[in-house]
Design a binder for this molecule. Structure first.
Ligand SMILES: Nc1ncnc2c1ncn2[C@@H]1O[C@H](COP(=O)(O)OP(=O)(O)O)[C@@H](O)[C@H]1O
Ligand SMILES: [Mg+2]
Length: 261
């Protein structure tokens, strides 16, 4: 029997033809700072006068709507799809806007379906950059997203210096390479803590540079463990871009600019 072609694939292709660059933030495990990095990155790019979108594809743990202090009501429907709300210049779409704080028990093939649906219905219009916050690991959602968007996207792999994070990052990088995805580089978060001029390594000494060398990918740099982050998250996106963490991430953006597909 001939399989039907999913019309959403064509819809996704059309949507993405108007997006110049797509950058996906990936990691082998959760809790390494993907969402914080994706959100802050999109805010920094917007401050630099880029037209930016942020898409949170974490089906089970979306947090972007919390980071951006959004609620469900702000998502608008139009004839041509769902219109993401704009916060501090960033167009934000997250499953959290649809699911709010209810759990989302999506499993198996439905996950692939949910990814296709959100990519097909979100109306970004023209963008310079779409930042995608991927779920952790190498599950269905990540495989599906990478497969659908591989040709036009760059992936940033995130790790911390912890041995556990380095181990799973290594596996993620191998998988992405096997999928022929383009990895723009490895970024090491929570790499150090600076207190009164003293540098500490609470998660162990940074090892990302060695992993990047071993895998023959770019090392994009280190981000600090920043004690100001919890307060900044309480205060909202404007405060977030005013942290040491954001200032270091802004330096990474400069390195990244020459390395995006
Ligand atoms: N560099 C950092 N400094 C301080 N807190 C951080 C840093 N990176 C991440 N966090 C915090 O750690 C937690 C996990 O980060 P999150 O972005 O949700 O990770 P992930 O999306 O990879 O699961 C969040 O509370 C976040 O605010
Ligand atoms: Mg996350």
């Amino acid at each position: 029997m001939k399989r039907l072609v999913d019309p959403r694939i064509e819809a996704i292709r059309n949507r993405f033809s108007k997006i110049k660059h797509t950058v996906m933030i990936a990691s082998g495990k959760g809790g390494v700072g993907k969402s914080l990095i994706a959100s802050t990155l999109s805010l920094i790019l917007s401050q630099r006068n880029k037209t930016v979108g942020l898409l949170d594809l974490d089906l089970h743990g979306p947090v972007t709507h919390v980071l951006f202090k959004l609620d469900e009501a702000e998502l608008k429907e139009s004839k041509d799809g769902l219109i993401p709300p704009v916060v501090n210049g960033v167009k934000v779409m997250s499953l959290g806007l649809l699911a709010r704080n209810r759990p989302t028990p999506i499993s198996g093939a439905n996950k692939r379906d949910a990814i296709r649906e959100i990519l097909a219905v979100t109306r970004w219009d023209s963008l310079d950059i779409l930042v995608i916050d991927l779920p952790p690991g190498t599950g269905d959602e990540v495989l599906e997203t990478v497969n659908l968007l591989r040709e036009k996207s760059s992936i940033i792999a995130i790790t911390t210096p912890s041995k556990l994070s380095i181990t799973v990052a290594s596996r993620l990088i191998d998988l992405l390479k096997a999928m022929k995805a383009y990895i723009a580089g490895l970024l090491e978060n929570m790499a150090y803590l600076k207190i009164n001029g003293t540098i500490l390594y609470p998660l162990g000494e940074p090892k990302g540079i060695e992993l990047a060398r071993e895998k023959r990918i770019n090392y994009l740099g280190k981000l600090p463990l920043d004690p100001e982050i919890p307060k900044a998250l309480e205060q909202g996106p404007r405060k977030l871009v005013d942290t040491m963490f954001a200032r270091e991430l802004a330096r990474v953006v400069e390195v990244l600019e020459g390395k995006m597909r």
